[in-house]
Structure formats: structure tokens, C-alpha cells
Write a protein that binds this ligand. Structure first.
Ligand code: PLP
Length: 416
């Protein structure tokens, strides 16, 4: 039986798939590809944590849906030490990556209006639609470093006509795709607006430990009453494929809500893989190892991020230097006329032409909720061997492939 398209949910991700497809074809034909499209950690999982996973391979039991209690205790203590969180282990839900937990939180609500600052990570919008919610994009400005301002949020909330739906905002800091981090003053200013309009917030802090400076500020410090904080092993521990994440649900959202989130987890993934939960307990218990690993990663990421934003600025693009994570979000507005003369009028056309002509893979800004015609893109500057750059033996770490890719991109912009 062939199921017709009319019975299927629309695939919203054709744009990113198209670039991935082009880059696969190019690589298969032996041509060079600068893989700045996909953003996974280039760093290896520390040996000690890998050994813990190997040791726990025989853990075959289903674990509690909410998560292995020693792991939840370790997560609360770890984030207490490293980020001053005052979390209760009982308010933490562990899952197979933070992505599924963001979905569980959304699916626990009957119907809500999900507010997404544009640009935002690609999965929030389709997840919200799968959960049956209304999605509203709030387009941020380059001049505001792509951050949602209290005025913009307040203006939208005051003007909205249908006030029956609860509001759920997703705020991601440091941001994928922009690399920008909210300061404590900015979060403090957002809090009264969130309070005024009773906004529930998913604070996606998956990159918080990869903030380059030691000044990370978290929304739940200023708005503790309605935050669900999500994070996990994927970014700071280089373990995306291990699929281990968690959500900390603010106690004041009520036990019914926490139980509703756990119920969705129970009816979908049951529990995160038992061996991974045991290994993760080790990862979250060794704060010394984590601090050391994080220091080295943030120094290296900061250096490569700076190189890329400087290169983009010299080439004539507008970009904000990244303050955390793996990404930059350049604007190619100053090339608009020259690009239009070549038939390039959208971010998708820009990314496709760049890939086809140079092998540089960027993702179009429209994939992150930006208007079709905005000449923006996301650049993930992690096409380097993390194990090698961590182990430099005292030499300057080399990011040759990233440097070469940036040169190729600059030359292409010069020639348009
Ligand atoms: N949030 C953001 C902004 C991300 O970039 C990612 C992964 O790419 C996730 C959440 C999901 O992370 P995981 O499900 O691996 O914990």
C-alpha cells in the first residue's frame, strides 16, 4: 500500500536536507566539502566516561521513567557546583536527549501558543506543530544581537487577540544558530514581562557549559517560577549520539505538570538507555574532569569562532562574534544587488549556490524561521578534529580545514 502525501505530515526540513544531499553527492565524487552545515561536537567523549559506559554494558533493566535516581542527584549537584543552580533531583526528568524532553514538555500541554524568537533552532517549530500547538515567530534584529527584547515580547503579548491559550516561550542561550548569549541584565529585564503575561518558558541551556566566558547567566535565576531548563551530555561532553538529556521542571509549575511530562515520557521512550544513564552518572559526578575538559573546549572554540567572525567581517558580511557554542549567523545584505544579478534572492538560493560552486556548506537562515528573502545563514565552525586539537603537545592547535573553508567563502564573495 502506497500512502499518499495527502495523508502525511508536511516535511518542513526540505531546505536543510537539500544542502546535506548536495554535500554528500559532492563528497562522493571526491570533491572537497567544508562541512559548516551540521553542528555536532568535534570533541571526543573523555576516556574515563567511555570506560564507564563499557563497564555498564550489562545494565539491561528498564530504569524508572523519570530517570535513575543517582543520575538525577548527580545532575543537580553538578549544575549546583558549576552554575549555582538550586535544583531538586525530584524535579528532574531524564530522557534520550533533551530534544525528546522538549517535545514531552510541549506534548504535556493540551494546546498552547508557542513563541519562538527568529532565528531559532530548527526543531522547535515542527515539534510544536506535532504537539498540536499554535506557533508564533517573533523575528529579532541584527541590531539587538538577535536577542528577544522585553519591549518586543511585551508588545506582542499585549497586542495578541486570542488570550485563551497559555504562552510557552522557548529561549535558547547560548543560541543555535546565532552564538549569542543573554546577559544577566537582559534576562533580568525579560523576567517582569514574562511574569506579567504568565509565560511558561523552556530555557534550552544545552550550550550553557560551552559559554566562552565565565559569565553565563540563566533565566531561572530571575524567573524561577515558570522555567523548564533543558540540557544534557550532547554538547559539553561531546556525546550527542549517546542520547542523554534532562529537563528540570520548576516546582511551582505544580506536580500535575511534572507528572504529565513523565506520562508522555512513559508512553514514548520509557527510559533513557540504562548503560548510558550509569555512565552519565559518572560524567556528572566528576566535576574536576568536567571543569578541565570545559576549559580546554571553550578556549579552542572561542579561538576558532573569533577567526571565523573576523574572516566574515573582512569579507564584507555582517556578523556578531559568538559568545558560546558552535555557530555564527552572518548576514550577506551588502551583497544583495550583486547576488540578485546572479539570480540569488533568498537564503536558500544563497546556500545552494555556495555549496554547488565551492563546497562550503552553510544552512539557510530561512531554516531557522527567518523570512525567505533574508540573506542570512548559519555557519557551524566545527569541521575540525577535536581529538587532535585537544592534543597539541604544546603547539598551536590547527584548524586548517576551517581556515581554508573561510578563505574559499571569502573568495567566492569577492567574485560575486
Ligand atoms: N537544543 C538545541 C539548540 C540544539 O542545538 C540541540 C542539538 O543540536 C538540542 C537542543 C538537542 O540536543 P540533544 O537532544 O542531543 O540533547
Amino acid at each position: 500500500m502506497n500512502i499518499p502525501k495527502s495523508q502525511l505530515r508536511a516535511n518542513e526540513h526540505s531546505q536543510t536536507l537539500a544542502i546535506n544531499q548536495l554535500s554528500l553527492e559532492r563528497a562522493a565524487s571526491g570533491e572537497k566539502v567544508f562541512a559548516f552545515g551540521f553542528g555536532q561536537s568535534p570533541f571526543p567523549v573523555p576516556e574515563e566516561i567511555c570506560a564507564a559506559l563499557a563497564d555498564s554494558a550489562r545494565r539491561k533493566e528498564y530504569m524508572s521513567v523519570q530517570g535513575h535516581a543517582p543520575l538525577r542527584n548527580a545532575i543537580a549537584a553538578f549544575h549546583g557546583q558549576l552554575e549555582n543552580k538550586r535544583w531538586q533531583a525530584d524535579q528532574i526528568v531524564v530522557g534520550a536527549g533533551s530534544k525528546i524532553l522538549i517535545f514531552c514538555v510541549m506534548a504535556a500541554l493540551k494546546r498552547a501558543e508557542v513563541l519562538l524568537p527568529a532565528p531559532s533552532w530548527v526543531s522547535y517549530d515542527p515539534q510544536a506543530r506535532l504537539a498540536g500547538h499554535k506557533v508564533t515567530w517573533l523575528t529579532t534584529r541584527f541590531e539587538d544581537r538577535w536577542l528577544l527584547t522585553p519591549e518586543q515580547l511585551d508588545g506582542y503579548c499585549r497586542a495578541r487577540t486570542d488570550e485563551t491559550l497559555p504562552l510557552l516561550l522557548i529561549l535558547n542561550s547560548p543560541s543555535n544558530p546565532t552564538g549569542q548569549t543573554y546577559s544577566s541584565a537582559q534576562l533580568k529585564a525579560l523576567a517582569p514581562v514574562l511574569r506579567r503575561h504568565n509565560v511558561i518558558v523552556i530555557a534550552d541551556e544545552i550550550y550553557s557549559l560551552l559559554n566562552y566566558d565565565n559569565d553565563y547567566a540563566a533565566l531561572d535565576e530571575f524567573y524561577p517560577e515558570a522555567c523548564i531548563v533543558t540540557s544534557g551530555l550532547s554538547k559539553w561532553c561531546g556525546a550527542g549520539g549517546w542520547r542523554l538529556g534532562f529537563a528540570h521542571v520548576s516546582e511551582s509549575l505544580g506536580n500535575d505538570f511534572l507528572q504529565a511530562v513523565i506520562a508522555v515520557a512513559s508512553e514514548t521512550y520509557s527510559c533513557a538507555a540504562a548503560p548510558v544513564q550509569v555512565a552519565a552518572t559518572r560524567a556528572y559526578s566528576n566535576q574536576e574532569l568536567a571543569r578541565n575538559f570545559l576549559d580546554r573546549q571553550t578556549t579552542l572554540l572561542g579561538a576558532v569562532a573569533r577567526h571565523c567572525s573576523d574572516a566574515l567581517t573582512s569579507a564584507g558580511a555582517a556578523v556578531h562574534a559568538a559568545s558560546g557554542g558552535f555557530y555564527l549567523f552572518p548576514v550577506f545584505e551588502s551583497f544583495r544587488e550583486r547576488l540578485a544579478a546572479r539570480g540569488i534572492r533568498s537564503s536558500e538560493q544563497l546556500a545552494t549556490a555556495l555549496m554547488a560552486e565551492t563546497g562550503v556548506a552553510l544552512l539557510p537562515g530561512s531554516a531557522f524561521g527567518m523570512p525567505e528573502d533574508s540573506l542570512t545563514a548559519r555557519l557551524a565552525f566545527v569541521d575540525f578534529d577535536g581529538a587532535q586539537v585537544l592534543d597539541t603537545g604544546g603547539r598551536e592547535p590547527s584548524f586548517d580545514k576551517v581556515r581554508e573553508g573561510m578563505d574559499v567563502l571569502s573568495d567566492w564573495l569577492d567574485g560575486v
